[in-house]
Write a protein that binds this ligand. Structure first.
Ligand SMILES: O=C(O)c1[nH]c(=O)[nH]c(=O)c1I
Length: 310
C-alpha cells in the first residue's frame, strides 16, 4: 500500500496534516509535528500583530469531541514567516501557513509579505474563525469573500487555499463554490472549520465549560463528521479542478478513508491530535493502511472521490 500524495507542487508520503490551530502555535510544537508521522504540517492562523487570545478556560473536551473559543492566539505573522524562512523545505515535510487577518488590510499586508518572501509553502487563508467577538465569519458573507479573494489574488501571485466554515444548505454550497470558481488562484479549499458557536453544558455544575462568549465556541470531533463529509463531497463535486482538504471528525483510519472517499486529496486532524498528541498520526496512518489492504486498494487514487450513491 502506498499513501503518497503529490498535489499543487508538493509531495507527501501520507495524506495526514494537523488542523491549523492544533499543536502548531510555537516552533516547539511545529518541530514536534515535523518529527511526527504527519505527511505535512500547517501553522496556527496568524494575524499582523501577536495576540494573547480569549480568556481561559477557552478549550474543553467532551466524550464526543471539543469546544474552543481560543480567540486567535498567535505569535504574529512575522514569527511564522521567520520559521518558514529557516525551514528545510528541500528535505523536510511540506509546510503550509494559515493566515487569518483581523481586517482586509491586515490580510493584504500579510499576503503581500508572503508573496515577497517567495517561499515554497502553501498558504491557507482562513475565512472561518468563529471566535472573535463581534466579528462575523467572512465565509458566511459571499460578497465579502469574493472581494477579499479578488484583492488577495492581486498581491499573492501563486495558488493558495481557503479554510471554509461548514455550510448546511445546497444553495450555500453553490454560492460559495461560485465565489471560489471565480477566483483562479484558489488551488484548494479546506472543509471544514469547527461548527461555530455551539454550547456545551456541565450538568453537575449547571454551567458552561469555557469562559469566552458566555460559553459559545467552535465544535469539533465526532459531532462534526457528517457535516464535514458533506462539505468535502459537495465542494469536490462543484470544484473539480481544485483540491479539497478534508477536516472534521477524523480520529482513526476509518474517518480518514471516508474523507478521501468523499473526494479529499489530503486530510487534517484537529480534536483527536489535541487530545491524543502527535502519536495519533502514526496510528491513523497505520489504520488507513490496514483498511486499504482489507479492501484491496493499493493507492489513494484507487478510491478517492468514488463514494457510491444509491
Ligand atoms: O479561536 C480560534 O483561534 C479558532 N478556533 C477555531 O475553531 N477555528 C479557527 O479558525 C480559529 I482562528
Amino acid at each position: 500500500v502506498d499513501l503518497a500524495v503529490a498535489w499543487l507542487g508538493i509531495q507527501m508520503d501520507n495524506p495526514l496534516i494537523n488542523a491549523s490551530g492544533v499543536m502548531c502555535r510555537t516552533v516547539e510544537e511545529l518541530e514536534a509535528l515535523r518529527h511526527s508521522a504527519a505527511g505535512a504540517l500547517i501553522t496556527k492562523s496568524c494575524t499582523l500583530e501577536p495576540r494573547k487570545g480569549n480568556p481561559e478556560p477557552r478549550y474543553a473536551s467532551t466524550a464526543l469531541g471539543s469546544i474552543n473559543s481560543m480567540g486567535l492566539p498567535n505569535a504574529g505573522y512575522r514569527y511564522y514567516l521567520d520559521y518558514a524562512r529557516r525551514y528545510d523545505h528541500e528535505h523536510g515535510k511540506p509546510l503550509l501557513m494559515s493566515v487569518s487577518g483581523m481586517s482586509l488590510e491586515d490580510n493584504l499586508e500579510m499576503m503581500a509579505a508572503f508573496d515577497e518572501a517567495a517561499l515554497p509553502v502553501l498558504v491557507e487563508l482562513n475565512l472561518s474563525c468563529p471566535n472573535l467577538p463581534g466579528k462575523p465569519q467572512i465565509g458566511y458573507d459571499f460578497e465579502a469573500s469574493a472581494r477579499l479573494l479578488a484583492e488577495v489574488s492581486k498581491v499573492y501571485r501563486r495558488p493558495f487555499g481557503v479554510k471554509l466554515p461548514p455550510y448546511f444548505d445546497p444553495v450555500h454550497f453553490g454560492e460559495m463554490a461560485d465565489v471560489l470558481d471565480g477566483c483562479p488562484s484558489i488551488g484548494f479549499v479546506t472543509c471544514i472549520n469547527s461548527i461555530g458557536n455551539g454550547l456545551v453544558i456541565d450538568l453537575e455544575r449547571e454551567s458552561v465549560v469555557i469562559r469566552p462568549k458566555d460559553g459559545l465556541g467552535g465544535i469539533g470531533g465526532d459531532y462534526v463528521l457528517p457535516t464535514a463529509l458533506a462539505n468535502v463531497r459537495e465542494f469536490a463535486r462543484r470544484l473539480p479542478g481544485r483540491h479539497v482538504i478534508g477536516c472534521g471528525g477524523i480520529r482513526s483510519g476509518r474517518e480518514a478513508f471516508m474523507h478521501i472517499l468523499a473526494g479529499a486529496t489530503v486530510v487534517q486532524v484537529g480534536t483527536c491530535l489535541y487530545e491524543e498528541g502527535p502519536a495519533c498520526l502514526a496510528r491513523i496512518r497505520d489504520e488507513l493502511v490496514y483498511l486499504m489492504q482489507d479492501k484491496g486498494y493499493r493507492t489513494l487514487t484507487d478510491f478517492r472521490g468514488r463514494l457510491r450513491t444509491l
